[in-house]
Design a protein around this ligand. Structure first.
Ligand code: GDP
Length: 137
């Protein structure tokens, strides 16, 4: 059993597709082990994306991620990290395979509906960033 972190980003929350996105996870064998809706502040969003701090789009990324509430989840299941990445589709929704979350719900490379941990190592770090042990059930 693996665990991975998923975030439904402000664009998808604003669109009212939280339920549709969660359905993709549950219909594909991923269980919601933890979940909360939060408004990220600049410090939290910047800390979460610290690995991208030197990238040219870092400012835009932080500004977008703080533009409205997000839903943060721990997904659990067999191959949860890779499975979630497959369900999400490519970073740029224009390149995302048909039927993926980003192809169906995202508009642009920054407003791209979801975040998902890209390695098991990062998943463990990201889960700890948002949840204490007794919140992951
Ligand atoms: P992910 O793992 O598929 O989310 O992609 P990355 O880890 O490479 O990038 C993290 C996030 O930064 C992406 O989900 C996008 O929201 C954002 N991002 C990546 N590349 C760009 C870009 O070229 N421009 C902008 N504005 N945002 C980007």
């Amino acid at each position: 059993m693996e665990q991975t972190l998923s975030i439904i980003k402000p664009d998808a929350v604003q669109k009212g597709v939280i339920g549709k996105i969660i359905d993709r996870f549950e219909s594909n064998g991923l269980r919601i082990a933890a979940m909360k809706k939060v408004q990220l502040d600049e410090k939290t969003a910047g800390g979460f994306y610290a690995v991208h701090a030197e990238r040219p789009f870092f400012g835009e990324l932080v500004s977008f991620m703080t533009s409205g509430p997000v839903v943060v989840m721990v997904l659990e299941g067999e191959n949860a990290m890779a499975k979630n990445r497959d369900l999400m589709g490519a970073t740029n929704p224009k390149e995302a395979a048909a039927g993926t979350i980003r192809a169906d719900f995202a508009e642009s490379i920054d407003a791209n509906a979801v975040h998902g941990s890209d390695s098991l190592e990062n998943a463990a770090i990201e889960i700890k960033f948002f949840f204490s042990e007794n919140e992951v059930l």
